[in-house]
Write a protein of this length. Structure first.
Length: 552
């Protein structure tokens, strides 16, 4: 399913294809420009309480920004700003050749006056108006005072779901929100109703950022639009609903999981974005040091046994398991996964979607899979005693089992299995390794700089007196100093010494001490090394680890 997206490239059914519209623009102002009233836009911005943006001394007119296709704007770093006495003011940071100016004049039907501004200012404006499209304010006139203002409720048709009403403000806004999230690499979108406005937030690199605030009189239309494209019931407002969208945006395929929830201010929407291209990550892209990566690669070639990953929700465990599946020989082995939900599709892998409503649970699916002659089984999560015991049984009967469960660190995985009712002798007989994982934000490569951290910040870490790296903040990282994430890992192999110690009733702390004595690279060691190499910061290390672990 493709999303409707209003750009100058698509053309308008009423006016003909883009080429015809360009020719029309050469003879006179195109309809879109001719109908645009800068004074009306200025008045609307004032009514909505928005502050006009300034570029090169000119107030940006949201109705003018999108006169050029986004591709041309990004390629040439040139963006229309406003109209002055019938002349289109074009902000640019580069020397604009006459051929490009002629092309722009042909496309817009207006004489162009280039204005030189800084590259930072151009990129900031492009990100603002194309990544999260504030130009929807022009279309809000339909809602705040136009023909739709008297409507009893949102009018939704099948044609709208298919994108026929491209000019509808809610359609444009939802389109802009989804595309903006894809461009920013967001993992989640939150559309939250407040008392007087609708707040849009993106979770980027694990942290929520406010991206947009719009009047709450468009709330019902936005909620209905999202429900419509995710095949939810638009007439149901009280009960929570879950749906999904599969779309292609920004040259990538996305699965979007949609959840609605009624709050006191209205329905809140949460959307999880799953970029299918992340399933192509291999072991080298996970962020493991060479020694850990070599050990992990060796572990996943075992013919049987159980490898368990532990970590909080959103720590990248599934991505790591998928990277492991990419390394195994799926062509000559029968590989089956049991997931909730199936996040990415793989060739030559039998993937099962858990569905408790019809009795298809993790335990029930695993019991059936064991009769399907499997070689490798991936269980999305061990949640209960039955699943834990079946996973152990599978590992004992000659299968290699990958799975996840919740535990604070690697040695605690063994205690967690014991809490789920698995006898200690079965745990040590089947568990090959326990792996703990966290995600940390990477230092933004665009604004990275060296600095001398305060002594109290690095006390007890072994980084005292060393120059480290951090990001000073820039437009590319939204002034956070971070861009992208990497994994931190702790691999705890279950050796003979570990088996004997655990069966004797040793605590997790005793197992951790034993692991260190046998050369285990701890989470702290991995994180300290990443900070030393400039990949992340000491602040991120303190965010993922308790102070007592860091300063040990």
């Amino acid at each position: 399913m493709s999303l409707p997206h209003e750009t100058a490239e698509q053309g308008d059914p009423a006016n003909g294809p883009p080429s015809a519209q360009a020719e029309k623009g050469a003879q006179g102002a195109p309809a879109a420009v001719a109908e645009h009233d800068p004074a009306a836009t200025e008045e609307l911005i004032s009514q909505l309480g928005l502050e006009p943006d300034m570029v090169g001394g000119h107030a940006v007119d949201p109705g003018v920004v999108h006169l050029l296709p986004e591709g041309l704007v990004r390629e040439h770093l040139a963006i229309p700003v406003c109209m002055k006495a019938g002349v289109l003011v074009l902000a640019t940071c580069c020397d604009t050749d006459l051929a490009l100016l002629d092309q722009i004049e042909l496309m817009t039907g207006h004489r162009v006056e280039p204005v030189q501004v800084s590259e930072k200012e151009i990129r900031r404006t492009i990100e603002r108006y194309f990544t999260v499209d504030r130009s929807f304010a022009e279309g809000l006139s339909d809602v705040t005072g136009g023909e739709n203002s008297d409507a009893a409720g949102p009018v939704v048709s099948l044609n709208e779901r298919l994108g026929a009403r491209r000019a509808a403000p809610a359609v444009r806004l939802v389109d802009s929100i989804l595309r903006g999230a894809a461009r920013r690499g967001a993992s989640d979108i939150h559309i939250e109703p407040l008392a007087n406005e609708l707040l849009v937030r993106y979770r980027i690199d694990g942290v929520l950022h406010d991206m947009m605030r719009v009047p709450n009189n468009i709330q019902e239309e936005v909620v209905s639009r999202v429900k419509l494209i995710s095949a939810l019931d638009i007439t149901e407002h009280r009960a929570p609903q879950d749906g999904r969208i599969s779309i292609r945006m920004e040259s990538s395929d996305f699965d979007m999981r949609v959840s609605t929830l009624l709050t006191v201010e209205g329905e809140k929407i949460a959307i999880r974005l799953l970029n299918k291209s992340s399933a192509s990550l291999g072991l080298r892209q996970l962020g493991m040091p060479d020694e850990q990566r070599d050990l992990f690669a060796k572990l996943i070639t075992r013919p049987y046994g159980m490898i368990l990953l532990a970590g909080p929700t959103g720590s990248g465990k599934t991505t790591t398991l998928y990277a492991a599946l990419r390394e195994v020989d799926c062509k000559h082995l029968n590989v089956t996964t049991i997931e909730d939900p199936v996040e990415y599709s793989f060739d030559l892998v039998n993937q099962i979607q858990v569905n408790p409503a019809v009795g298809l649970t993790f335990a029930g699916s695993l019991r059936t899979v064991l009769r399907q002659d499997p070689d490798i089984i991936m269980v999305g999560e061990i949640r209960d005693t039955e699943t834990a015991r079946l996973a152990v049984q599978a590992a004992m009967t000659g299968h290699l089992v990958f799975s996840t469960l919740h535990a604070n660190d690697s040695p605690s995985v063994m205690d967690r299995l014991k809490d789920l009712g698995v006898p200690p002798f079965l745990i040590v007989s089947t568990l090959v390794a326990a792996i703990t994982q966290r995600l940390v934000r990477r230092v933004c490569p665009e604004c990275a700089e060296t600095y001398q951290p305060p002594e109290e910040l690095v006390a007890g870490t072994g980084l005292e007196g060393i120059e480290l790296k951090h990001g000073r903040g820039c437009d590319m990282c939204m002034d956070t100093g971070y861009r992208g994430r990497m994994g931190m890992f702790e691999i705890f192999p279950v050796t003979e010494a570990v088996r004997e110690t655990f069966v004797q009733g040793a605590s997790s702390d005793a197992l951790r001490t034993l692991g260190r004595e046998t050369g285990m690279i701890t989470m702290r060691d991995s994180a300290i090394e990443a900070v030393r190499n400039g990949h992340t910061t000491i602040e991120e290390l303190r965010r993922i680890l308790p102070a007592e672990d860091i300063e040990s």
